[in-house]
Design a protein around this ligand. Structure first.
Ligand code: DAH
Length: 343
């Protein structure tokens, strides 16, 4: 039996080390050490040997079995490595320059933010600097100091959110005029962009929207300066077009005007024009010469200085610029709408 075992061992070494495939190796494993394999059946035959022979042979057989398993394992890892190498060698080369399967989309500015940025850049070019104020404001800055005392009928025009009187959400950016003038002696040339709040909701009004306020104060500032600045601004935003100043009323300016620009759609003809409702004109904001009482409330001398102010709604400007007819679509976060402006 010993000789037989030596023979088996050398046979295993030969066969196993030259097994060409993993399948062939598995066949050899079953043949030698499987349940009905050569070595397994020799182990079963041990019980027929005399006791002292059984012990010796048992030990020998176990050694041979361990050896065979070692050889099998070695060949198995050799074949595994070879299979992996073959797989790598035969795979088509990786082209790292191919575009990815999923494009990552970059974010973009909201159309209202874009218009505001554009507006601010234009105004900076002609010497205006940006001023800011709080959105949670005091009645004093929002109304009182702007020549709009308690019970003034103009307060009714701005349906206001009160937190707890006299604290409110500012209903316009005009209070920044007061804060800026209290902070600095004239001359002054500022714009104040920001959010404002009113209790309104329809196709052209939402409870939160954006305004930009303009204010210029110095000696001898006139309505002509106001017109010059607004013409420059509109020309840059929409292209050169006529402006119309319609007499109006704001408590903080005198005289006051509503600014209209010639309709960008019908170019003023008004013929069946949906954009300007056939008037030929589009309202873009309010303006006027700063009221003497406003100067008094910030300790400026109305006999020495004069100034103009204006206020414009940014959603309105964006709607005109991009041909959007429902203001609410700015705030619905529908990407199909917003992506149109993400260039
Ligand atoms: N604050 C006004 C509003 O929200 C707009 C306005 C009109 C601002 C005339 C001004 C101005 O500075 O002079 O309705």
């Amino acid at each position: 039996m010993n000789e037989n075992l030596d023979h088996i061992l050398s046979e295993v070494r030969n066969h196993v080390s030259s097994a060409p495939t993993r399948e062939e190796l598995e066949r050899l494993r079953v043949h030698y050490v499987g349940k009905k394999g050569v070595i397994t059946s020799l182990l079963h035959q041990l019980k027929d040997l005399p006791a002292e022979k059984r012990k010796e042979m048992g030990a020998r057989l176990n050694d041979v079995k361990t050896d065979v398993e070692k050889v099998l394992k070695a060949r198995q890892s050799e074949l595994n490595r070879k299979a992996l190498e073959d797989q790598l060698n035969s795979a088509p080369a990786l082209d790292l320059s191919l575009p990815g399967q999923y494009a990552t989309s970059a974010g973009a500015l909201h159309p209202v933010t874009r218009v505001m940025e554009e507006f601010i850049q234009i105004m900076k070019r002609i010497g205006f600097s940006v001023a800011t104020g709080p959105e949670v404001e005091l009645d004093y800055y929002n109304f009182e100091a702007l020549n709009t005392p308690e019970h003034h009928p103009a307060r009714d025009m701005q349906d206001t959110f009160y937190i707890e009187p006299p604290i409110l959400l500012r209903s316009h950016t005009s209070p920044v005029q007061i804060r800026a003038m209290k902070n600095k002696k004239p001359p002054l040339q500022i714009i104040a962009p920001g959010k404002v709040y009113r209790s309104d909701y329809d196709m052209t009004h939402v409870p939160m929207f954006h305004q930009i306020e303009g204010l210029m104060v110095d000696e001898h500032i006139s309505f002509a300066d106001l017109k010059g600045v607004l013409h420059y601004l509109v020309k840059d935003l929409f292209g050169a077009r006529p402006l119309r100043f319609r007499p109006s009323y704001f408590p903080f300016t005198e005289p006051s005007a509503e600014v209209d620009m010639q309709c960008i759609s019908c170019r003023g003809s008004g013929k069946e024009c949906r954009v300007c409702k056939s008037t030929g004109w589009l309202e873009i904001g309010g303006c006027g010469m700063v009221h003497p009482n406003v100067f008094r409330s910030v300790n400026y001398d109305p006999d020495k200085v004069s100034g103009f102010a204006f206020g414009m709604g940014m959603e309105r400007i964006a709607m005109l610029k991009y041909g959007i007819d429902d203001i609410r679509s700015f705030f619905e976060n529908d990407l199909r709408m917003l992506e149109q402006f993400s260039c």
